[in-house]
Design a protein around this ligand. Structure first.
Ligand SMILES: NC(=O)c1ccc[n+]([C@@H]2O[C@H](COP(=O)([O-])OP(=O)(O)OC[C@H]3O[C@@H](n4cnc5c(N)ncnc54)[C@H](O)[C@@H]3O)[C@@H](O)[C@H]2O)c1
Length: 240
C-alpha cells in the first residue's frame, strides 16, 4: 500500500519494539523513515535509516533535526515513541528514577517537537503522533513517574493540537495510548502480573507491536485527516 507515499517520517525509539515495527510498517507504506535511538539500529528494509543519539541531549537533538532537514528537505510525520520505565512504590522511588522517566518520556518529547515544528509550520502541514499509555489514562501502582509522564503526553497532545492549527495550518497532533504489548519493555514484568493483566483485558491477551503500529499509521496518514487532539486507546479493552 502507499498510504505514506513521498512522506518523510521521524520515529523515536526505533531500534526495537513498537518503534521498530512502526518504522517497518511506514516503509511498507511508501515513507522514507529516519529512526533515532540511543541503541544501535539495524533494519532489513531499505528506506529506513538509523541515527544513534540520546534524545535527552538537546545538542544531539539539534544536530539530528538539522541532519534530517538537510538530507530529506522536510519532516511530514513525527512519532514520539521512545519511552522508559523505572518502577517503584513512592517510598522507594529515588530522584534518579523520577527524573530519568520524566526526562525521556516527557521533556525529550517537548524538546524534539519544538525543533521539528518550525519545518511543519513552513509547509503548513504535518502529523505528530505521541505514544502515551493505558497507565497515563488510568494510573498504576508503582508507576507514578511513568503515569505522570504519559498523562503529561496527553496534555501536550491536546495543547499542541490547538496551538499548531491556530493559524489554519493542517498540522495534526494525536496520541496513541497502548495497553500492554509484547516487547522487551515487558521483560521485567513478572509472569504473575502479566497473567493478571491478561485477565483484566477484555481480549484476554497482550498486544502484538504491529497492532499498536497500525493505529499509529492511521493517525500519521491522510486517512485521519479530520482527527486531531485525539487519544486513541489501543488496549484490548483493558481498564486498570
Ligand atoms: N510495551 C508496552 O506494553 C507499552 C504499553 C504502553 C505504552 N508503551 C509505550 O510505547 C513506547 C514504545 O515501547 P516499547 O515497548 O517498544 O519499548 P522498548 O523498550 O522496547 O523500546 C523503547 C526504545 O526507546 C529507546 N530509548 C529509550 N531512551 C532513549 C533515549 N534517551 N534516546 C533515544 N532512544 C531512547 C530505547 O533504546 C528503545 O529502543 C514507549 O513510549 C512506551 O512507554 C509501551
Amino acid at each position: 500500500m502507499n498510504r505514506l507515499k513521498d512522506k518523510v517520517a521521524v520515529v523515536t525509539g526505533g531500534a526495537r519494539g513498537i518503534g521498530k515495527c512502526i518504522c517497518e510498517l511506514f516503509v511498507d507504506e511508501g515513507a522514507r523513515v529516519v529512526a533515532i535511538d540511543i541503541m544501535a539500529l539495524n533494519y532489513e528494509k531499505e528506506n529506513v535509516e538509523g541515527y544513534a543519539a540520546d534524545l535527552c541531549s538537546p545538542g544531539e537533538v539539534d544536530k539530528f533535526v538539522d541532519y534530517v532537514l538537510k538530507k530529506y528537505g522536510k519532516i511530514d510525520i513525527l512519532i514520539n515513541n521512545a519511552g522508559i520505565t523505572r518502577d517503584a512504590l513512592i517510598e522507594k522511588m529515588s530522584d534518579e528514577m523520577w527524573d530519568a522517566v520524566i526526562n525521556v518520556n516527557l521533556k525529550a518529547v517537548f524538546n524534539l517537537t519544538r525543533r521539528v515544528y518550525p519545518s511543519m509550520r513552513e509547509n503548513k502541514s504535518g502529523s505528530i503522533v505521541n505514544i502515551s499509555s493505558v497507565v497515563g489514562e488510568y494510573g498504576n501502582i508503582g508507576q507514578s513517574n511513568y503515569a505522570a509522564s504519559k498523562a503529561g503526553i496527553i496534555g501536550l497532545t491536546k495543547s499542541w493540537a490547538k496551538e499548531f492549527s491556530r493559524k489554519g495550518d493542517a498540522i495534526r497532533v494525536n496520541a496513541v495510548a497502548p495497553g500492554y504489548a509484547n516487547t522487551e519493555m515487558m521483560a521485567t514484568v513478572p509472569e504473575t502480573v502479566l497473567e493478571s493483566i491478561r485477565e483484566k483485558t477484555m481480549l484476554k491477551r497482550l498486544a502484538e507491536p504491529s497492532e499498536i503500529a497500525y493505529a499509529v499509521l492511521f493517525l500519521a496518514s491522510g486517512e485521519s485527516s479530520y482527527v486531531t487532539g485525539h487519544v486513541l486507546s489501543v488496549n484490548g479493552g483493558l481498564r486498570l
